[in-house]
Every structure is written in C-alpha cells, then in structure tokens.
Design a protein around this ligand. Structure first.
Ligand code: AMP
Length: 107
C-alpha cells in the first residue's frame, strides 16, 4: 500500500534498524521505545489491523506468531518478553499495518 509507513520500511524507502527479516516478515526497532528493547514485527503483506484478518491469513499469522520467540532471542530478550497489538484508533493504533510490539529487557 503506497501511503503506508511500514510498507515503505519494507521496500527500503524509509530506513529502519532491522532485527530479523525473511520472505514473509520484518522485525525492526521501534523509533520511540517504551522498554529497553522494543521491536515491531510485521508481515510483509499489507494488512491494516487484526480486525481485518480472516481465514486466508491463518498460515501467515501462524508463521508470524511462531517466529516471535526466535525474533525475541535475536533482539536480546532472553528473560521473557511482553507482546502487544493495538487494534483500531480507539485502542491506540497509530500505524495501520498490522504489527506486534515485542517489549522487554535483556537478561
Ligand atoms: P501502534 O500505536 O501500535 O500503531 O504503534 C506504532 C508504533 O510505530 C509506535 O510505537 C511508533 O513509535 C512506531 N513507529 C512509528 N514510526 C516508526 C519508524 N519510522 N520506525 C520505527 N518505528 C516507528
């Protein structure tokens, strides 16, 4: 989606501090961290929010969720981590490209 900030991060036109990347996912450091380690994990496929998921997203979202422990380890979160997803403006979502927040402190 051309006017989406995170799609621009995926295509490289906006820089990011990359933590993990594969053909389906990108993880990068949040620009305004709310914890010592704060990483955003996004699917490369544009999906506005969790509210837009349906059955066709099962494999992608299952894959994304199963990669979180490895991404957390790569970010230095060896002592547990918190996950957060904001869905909709009223819930605090600012960027409408589905993303997990991964938050914690290195061990
Ligand atoms: P949310 O409120 O769940 O939509 O979170 C959006 C997150 O994106 C916020 O925590 C922002 O700090 C973060 N953010 C916004 N712009 C950038 C950027 N260019 N690079 C990294 N993180 C960003």
């Amino acid at each position: 989606m051309s006017d989406c900030l995170f799609c621009h991060i995926i295509d490289g036109s906006i820089p990011c501090e990359k933590v993990y990347e594969d053909d389906q996912l990108l993880a990068f450091k949040d620009i305004h961290p709310k914890a010592p380690v704060h990483v955003l994990v996004i699917p490369k496929q544009h999906i506005d929010s969790l509210a837009d998921l349906d059955n066709k997203h099962q494999a992608l979202m299952g894959y994304l969720t199963c990669r979180l422990p490895e991404i957390a380890r790569q970010a230095g979160l060896n002592n547990g981590f918190k996950t957060q997803i904001h869905t909709g403006k009223a819930a605090g979502q600012e960027v409408f490209h589905l993303h997990y927040h991964l938050l914690g402190a290195p061990a």
